[in-house]
Structures are given as C-alpha cells and as structure tokens.
Design a protein. Structure first.
Length: 644
C-alpha cells in the first residue's frame, strides 16, 4: 500500500498591523476608546452592561440608543434580545486604489444562542469574507472583509446584529498584495520500497486574497493557473515545482516558487557512507541485510549490516523508543544527513527523520553478534565497529574511556572516533581487563579499583621458586596451586622465608607452582599500593618487589634468585633487566647473603662441624627458631652447623 506525507503549507500568512502598514495605508481607524462604561473589554458580558450613551472617536457615525447602540468599556454594545442594533461608519475614501481590507473585533453577549452580526456596504461597493458571523458567547475574535469599489467613490460599512460587542474597526488601502508563503524547498522519499515518492500539500488561502498556483512550471496570473479553494490538496509525485501568486482584483503579488524533490535512497550502510558530508538521503535496510544493533545509548545507535558499520546519532531532534538493545535485528528505512565526525560516519537526524519506519526486533535464527579482534594499528579501519583489542595503552594515541591514564588493558568496546574506544559489556566478554606485562612498564591507578579483572602476561614456572609481586590481594591457591613463602626473619646474613597464608598487594613473595602457570587472570581490587620493600630488624638486606622491568646494578648489591635457589648477580660486563612482577634482593657490599626457604633443603651453604656458637639464635631446617638446641643440624649465622 502506498503511503504519503501530509504537511501543512500556509500559502498566505496573516499579517500584523505593523507589517501591513509598511505596504498599505490605514484609511480609517475607530477604537471606541472614549466609551468608559462597563462591559465587553473589561471581561464582563452580563445582562447589566453596556447601557450608556455611545461615543465615537471619529465623527460621522450613525447609530445611538434609538438604533440599539450603547456605550461599553472601550467598545460598543449592539442589539438586544429582540432587536438588532445598527451602526454605520462615516464615508471613507480609498487612496489610489479600488480595494481595501476591513478588520474588526467582535464578541457575543452571555448565555445566548442567537448572537450574530451582518456586514453590508453602500451601493457601488462589493464585499466578501466575514460578512455573516455567528458570534461566540463571551469571547472576542478578529474578522476581515475584502472591499472593492465598483462604481462608488467612497465606502460606508454598516454593522447589524443582536446581543454583541464591536471594537477596533480598521479600513486599510490595498496597494500591494504580499506574496504567498510556501514551505522551503525540501526533499521527500518513498515510505516503502517503491521507486517514486508522493506528497500531499494542503494549501489554505485567506478569504480576501485568492491564490492561483501551477505545478507544470508555468507562471500563474489572475486568470490562469489553478484557483485554490478554501482548502486545496496538491498531490505531487516525484520532483515538482509549485508557482503561486495572491491577488486582489488586478493587484497581484510576486510569484513564490518552491521545488519539492524526491530524495535519493541508498540500500546499504556502505552506500550511505560513500555519500558526501551534509547530503540528506534515505537509508533503506532490507530484512536480509542482517543489520544488527552493536550498541545503543543516549540517542545513538551503532549498527552493522553486511556491508559496514554506522552510528545513527539523533541527539534531541528525534528519539528511539525504546532505546535499541544489543543484538537486535534492524530493518526498514530512515532519512538523515551523512556526516563524518572525528572519523566516525554518522547518520544525523533532520526535520525529515522518522524512527517509526525503522523496525527493531529480537533475532530469530541469527547468530549473536560478536566483536572483531583487531591489533592496535588497525583501529582507524574499524571506526564505529565493536572490537576487542589486547595490550592497549590508554594515551593520546588510543584513548579508552572510563579508565585511568597510561593504564595497559585488554578492551572490548565500540570505536567511537579515530582513536577512542568506549567499553561495552556484552556476551560475557569483559569490557576492561587490566594488564601487567612483564616486558612493559606498569602504571598504578591513582586510587583502588574494585571488582577489577587483572591479567598477568607472565609464566610462573613449575618446580622452582619464582619471585612474585602484584598489586592485588589474593588468597592462597587463587589460580596458582603450589607453595607460597614470604620473607619473615633474618639470621645474620641468612634470609628466612616462611609459609605465607595470603598474598598482599605490592608485597614480594616466593611462589613454587605445581605446574606452569601461563598468563593467569585474577579478579579483585586493583590496588594503588606501589611495589613494597621488605626488611627485617637488625639487617640491611632487603627483599624488593617490582611491577615493571628493572635494570639491576652490576656491583653485587642487587641480586636475584636463580632457578637453583641461589642468589645471583649480573657481571660488570653485562646488563641484567629483571622482568616485571618479580622481586630482587638488596645486599650491602661485602655481605655474603644466603636464602633459607622453609621446607626446602639448604643448598649453597657451607657445612661446619663442631663450631662453637657465639650466638643464641638457632633455626632448624624448617626455619623454626630453637631456644635450646640438642644434637642435630641447625642454621647459625647463615651457616649449617652440626651439634654432636
């Protein structure tokens, strides 16, 4: 079924007295302001009003109490319930014209169904317009009458009626006729898949100025073209030009010309994106185009069809109701202006945008939409698309909305501009995963981030002790089954690591997993706590955690734990970069530090028999302090000692 637009085209605008006076002079003006009794303009329309002697501003009026004409407030009252009131203007001479416009205001008395007013003129004068009026009870309205001199030189207007009020009688010479006012040139489109569009224009002329129009490109005149009736519907198809004039007698207005053209229709998102910026076109989305909503929010809808992606940005000009939901199926048509803003192709709403012809529905058999995995250097090729990206640094190069500066993240979201990603939470894909990469500098947040997901780009090797530091509290065995040790004591130059009950954010640990743990993921509070140094009272040796890669000194003061459990250091001829999420040992120059890990055999420590101990602190091989040692093997001052 063919559908059509219907919009109002006001063909000849009512004018204000000031605007009219610029083109046509006032020949007569009666305000009745010398009447000071009650009724009418004071809002009182009751039966006990308007009974005084009438007064006129202009001399020459006929009509007084004998003619049932009475004084009211700033107006006059005419007639009674049974008798007409009659009054006639003075003779009015028109200036350099044979046409005039009479305007006046009138109101009906209270509670009557027979309030009326008739307008007549002297011989040799013809009138048309509001000449027979049913007055509205207790309500003022404005009326107009077209006057044409035929044989008379002057005009006189007679008002005859019952139970009413009259005010502001004005006669204006008509020397010019304003041109009809047509709606601006515009485009219109088919409402369905048909090839041609149709439009119906409603044309409403004023009763004193007839209008003629044409739709074939010719110019109308006073006797050629189509004469508009009180309400004329102009049906046009395709592109049509309307020419229209208004006229009074042989006085005509200038010609008003407007063209209403069929706008272009494109049948895919890629074809819409190929249009020039500021082009207004109709986008038709076929049902089999598999167009789907990627994201909808704040008057915007990001969608993808078989050919590309697009953002419909309606702002406050038009609205979706309800807001489009992720994965909805889209079909139908919509009119809008093509714009590219910061690299993002958009369909912007115009006065012609109507959302009710664009259907949104839940998919029936279609697979759910999924994001496109891209590399960071491909972001410019996917503006408007739903993507996933790994190891994205939030900076001026690529901005991820809603996260702190310089954070490294995996992100799932919409590319809303050339270098901007807005995270979205769909299909159980985490919108933001904070990343600590052992080879990248890590920047801590300014404050804690709760309910954060953290991914480590690092492998914890099985069967050996790994140093380990992360900015998140973890319970033991959280994704890492194995052994955990923390630096708890020192005996001389021996650092003692005891079993840990949990992992605290920023604190360094030793971890020996049961199996290799590659790139573990944790959920919790991403802490703003920086990496910590752990020291014990009475010792200058420190266990220092790091989040980012760190260059170790070659003077033996910064040492690392080797795979064999011994401390090592870089030689003076080499450089050693300790990767991130680890820890190292600060050892003062000249100190021979050793590590004792609870539950492990001691390696790399000299065994001395029958030594006289000069200290009172003894540790068994489990790292437990013994106050009164008996026979056996102990650790004293960092050395293995046998007591016999």
């Amino acid at each position: 079924m063919r559908k059509t637009y219907l919009f109002a085209l006001l063909c000849f605008a009512l004018f204000s007295q000031g605007a009219w006076a610029q083109e046509n002079t006032v020949a007569f003006n009666e305000t009745f302001d010398t009447n000071e009794t009650n009724g009418g303009r004071d809002g009182d329309f009751g039966k006990n009003v308007g009974s005084g002697a009438v007064h006129y501003v202009n001399d020459g009026w006929t009509g007084n109490s004998s003619n049932k004409i009475y004084s009211a407030f700033k107006c006059i009252r005419f007639g009674t319930g049974s008798d007409n009131g009659v009054c006639t203007t003075p003779a009015v001479s028109l200036t350099n014209t044979t046409h005039a416009l009479l305007t006046f205001s009138a109101a009906g008395w209270y509670g009557s169904t027979k309030n009326n007013l008739t307008i007549t003129a002297n011989d040799g004068v013809t009138i048309s317009g509001d000449t027979n009026i049913e007055l509205v009870n207790e309500e003022w309205n404005d009326y107009s009458v077209l006057i044409t001199l035929t044989t008379a030189e002057n005009i006189q207007i007679t008002f005859t009626g019952k139970r009413g009020f009259l005010d502001d009688v004005v006669v204006r010479n008509i020397n010019t006729v304003p041109a009809p006012t047509l709606e601006d040139d515009c485009q219109f489109w088919p409402h369905t898949t048909e090839t041609k569009a149709t439009k119906t224009i409603t044309l409403t002329p004023l009763n004193y100025a007839p209008i003629r129009y044409t739709t074939d490109g010719t110019t109308p005149s006073t006797n050629s073209g189509i004469l508009a009736t009180e309400t004329t519907n102009i049906n046009i198809e395709g592109t049509t030009t309307i020419n229209a004039i208004a006229f009074v007698g042989d006085i005509t207005s200038s010609v008003t010309t407007r063209t209403y053209s069929q706008g272009e229709t494109v049948n895919s998102i890629s074809a819409f994106k190929a249009k020039n910026d500021n082009d207004e076109v109709r986008l038709f989305i076929a049902d089999n185009a598999n167009a789907r909503v990627l994201h909808g929010t704040d008057g915007k809808m990001y969608l993808r069809d078989n050919t590309g992606t697009l953002c419909m940005d309606f702002g406050t000009t038009a609205t979706f109701n309800p807001t489009p939901a992720h994965n909805q199926h889209v079909a139908g048509w919509i009119v809008g202006k093509k714009q590219t803003i910061n690299g993002l192709p958009k369909l912007l709403a115009t006065d012609n945008t109507r959302t009710n012809y664009l259907a949104l529905a839940a998919p029936v058999t279609e697979a759910a939409t999924t994001p496109v995995a891209i590399a960071t250097n491909e972001i410019g090729d996917h503006v408007g698309e739903w993507v996933t990206m790994e190891n994205v640094r939030n900076s001026n190069t690529i901005a991820v909305t809603g996260i702190y500066d310089n954070a490294l993240v995996d992100v799932s979201g919409i590319i809303t501009a050339n270098n901007t990603i807005s995270p979205v939470d769909y299909n159980d894909i985490e919108p933001i995963v904070y990343v600590i990469d052992e080879d990248e500098n890590f920047v801590s947040p300014n404050s804690n981030i709760v309910n954060a997901t953290l991914r480590l780009k690092r492998t914890l090797k099985a069967g050996i002790w790994n140093t380990f530091t992360i900015p998140m509290d973890l319970p033991i065995a959280s994704n890492i089954a194995g052994k955990y040790r923390s630096y708890t004591d020192v005996n001389g130059d021996v650092l003692i690591f005891s079993e840990a009950s949990s992992i605290e954010a920023g604190k360094p640990y030793l971890v020996k997993p049961d199996v290799d743990i590659a790139n573990p993921v944790f959920t919790g509070t991403l802490s703003a706590t920086p990496a910590q140094n752990v020291e014990q009272t009475g010792s200058n040796i420190a266990f220092k955690g790091i989040y980012s890669p760190t260059e170790l000194k070659t003077d033996k003061t910064e040492q690392f734990l080797t795979a064999s459990g011994k401390l090592g250091y870089p030689s003076s001829s080499s450089t050693a970069t300790l990767k991130g999420m680890r820890a190292y040992f600060y050892v003062p120059a000249g100190t021979e530090a050793r590590v004792f890990i609870e539950g492990e055999d001691i390696t790399g420590i000299e065994q001395i028999d029958n030594i006289k101990l000069a200290v009172e602190n003894y540790y068994n091989l489990n790292g437990q302090r013994i106050s009164k040692p008996t026979k056996g093997l102990y650790i004293v001052n960092g050395k293995k000692v046998v007591i016999k």
